[in-house]
Ligand binder design. Structure first.
Ligand code: AHR
Length: 485
């Protein structure tokens, strides 16, 4: 017998606004994310706009990426921004010690990143260097980016081709300061955070949202100490959580994995909910108004690298399983829209749970890309509470600024179709429905350069409206979005 799930949505109970930034992304100087994936240089035979590959620009723009985090990650705490400005042929090189020991040429620096954000319409989120950088260096970066004519650094920026100051909506003060960013204790970092953020000055007239480094997974003590000692000085506090199917030593493969690995991966993705609930409870003690955002600025699947690739490059395929991880995680973020103000999937191109893969001049959109594309209707909407009876489906719903309702539905099972019976204020009969679905023909179905559209969204029509309910047969391994027209 087919499992069934009954869901009831009350349109009168729209809750918190879903900050669009929950649908954000992250691009680090790591492997082939920036170089090859985004930046090919102006002289490349690969079509580009001022060095940024045009196929990727188009794909990212279509996705309406609200915010993009850069330059790391672990790389952020060894990045010295002055090396990445001025004539490219004169830029200082360095070794990227975290990621493969490659030589970083600094061809992609501040101007190139800000241009990328402008081209794709994303807000920049820059992560400053606390681990190996000085306070003055951080202060000067902010001045260089945002000060108007007359400031020495603004004049230098103008000489480098940009007279107008940029908007800098988000700035992070250190990354993983408990680990690759300096191996600090929370008490020590809290003090450093207070000091460094003081010099993240407002040179322009727009505020800068200051983000403190938060916890690794379930390190609740870190959240407690940071909130207690520094909440007044921050707008956001981060959380990092990766979905690793097995262990960090032996994570499991991105494709060709077992039935059990599917289940473990989905269970681990669902763990995000508990982490947010528990970190939020601590934050609530110090910030009951929920002014400080929980910023999940690194999340996603992390598998063993593809055979034969550089272990330091974190290159992995992306299958329908990743689509389910993305679907349930974004549903969870929607549910916690009151506290989760931003999230950034790691990482945009050719690294970890990518939305785009490239090979030479070829590019493909991964199943994860398609989930973000389907879910973009939730950006800026108000979250709608859902009452659920039954198991096997994972849902979230929102009402968009034009009053349209959108419901995202994930069937987590590899094998079982699940029947969905959905009631919406008893209005199902009187409205028109439209749905799109992403599914796969096997549990590791994925796109390749030979078959780039094997996993791609299709119109979904396997539903009917009866007795004021929508009744849909949700196929196994699927992510669907229903919209009321
Ligand atoms: O996203 C890859 C790495 O994971 C980041 O550089 C780091 O912050 C985290 O440990």
């Amino acid at each position: 017998m087919t499992n069934s799930v009954r869901a009831t949505i009350d349109l009168e109970k729209a809750g918190s606004k879903i900050n669009s930034a929950i649908y954000g992304h992250f691009a680090e100087h790591l492997g082939r994310c920036i170089y090859e994936g985004i930046w090919v240089g102006e002289d490349s035979p690969i079509p580009n706009k001022k060095g940024l590959r045009t196929d990727v620009l188009t794909a990212l723009k279509e996705l309406q990426i609200p915010v993009l985090r850069w330059p790391g990650g672990c790389f952020a705490d060894e990045y010295h921004w002055k090396d990445g400005i001025g004539p490219r042929e004169k830029r200082r090189k360095m070794v990227n010690t975290h990621w493969g020991g490659t030589v970083e040429t600094n061809q992609f620096g501040t101007h190139e990143f800000m241009l990328l954000c402008e081209e794709i319409g994303a807000a920049p989120y820059i992560n400053g260097n606390v681990g190996s950088g000085e306070v003055l260096e951080m202060q000067e970066w902010v001045e260089y980016l945002t000060a108007s004519e007359g400031s020495p650094l603004a004049d230098q920026r103008a000489k480098n081709g940009r007279a107008e100051p940029w908007d800098l909506p988000y700035f992070g003060v250190g990354n993983e300061s408990w680990g690759c960013g300096g191996h600090m204790r929370p008490e020590y970092y809290a003090d450093l955070y207070r000091r460094y953020q003081t010099y993240v000055r407002k040179y322009g007239d727009k505020p800068i949202y200051k983000i403190a480094c938060g916890a690794n997974v379930d390190d609740y003590n870190w959240t407690e100490v940071l909130m207690k000692q520094a909440a007044a000085y921050m707008d956001g506090l981060t959380l990092h959580y990766y979905t690793v199917p097995s262990t960090w030593q032996n994570k499991g493969a991105a494709t060709g994995f077992s039935e059990q690995e599917w289940d473990e991966t989905i269970q681990k993705a669902l763990h995000m909910d508990e982490l947010i609930i528990k970190h939020s409870a601590i934050m609530d003690e110090y910030d009951p108004e929920k002014r400080v955002g929980l910023i999940v600025d690194e999340w996603g699947t992390w598998y063993d690298v593809e055979p034969g690739t550089n272990p330091g490059f974190l290159f992995q395929q992306n299958s329908i399983r990743d689509a389910l991880v993305a679907g349930v995680t974004l549903n969870i973020f929607n549910h916690h829209a009151d506290r989760v103000h931003m999230a950034n999937l790691a990482q945009t191109i050719n690294v970890l749970q990518s939305i785009v893969l490239t090979e030479g001049d070829k590019m493909l959109k991964t199943p994860t890309y398609h989930v973000f594309d389907l879910y973009k209707v939730h950006q800026g909407g108000r979250v709608l509470p859902i009452e659920l009876i039954g198991e096997g489906l994972h849902l979230s719903a929102s009402s968009d600024p034009l009053g349209k309702t959108h419901i995202s539905v994930c069937n987590l099972s590899q094998w079982e179709p699940v029947s969905l019976e959905l009631a919406i204020n008893g209005e199902a009969d009187s409205v028109q429905w439209q749905a799109t679905i992403l599914t796969g023909d096997r549990r590791d179905a994925h796109n390749t350069f030979e078959q780039p559209d094997r996993v791609s969204p299709k119109p979904f029509t396997d539903f009917k409206v009866e007795n004021n309910q929508l009744i849909a047969a949700m196929p196994p391994m699927s992510v669907a979005v229903f919209s009321l027209l």
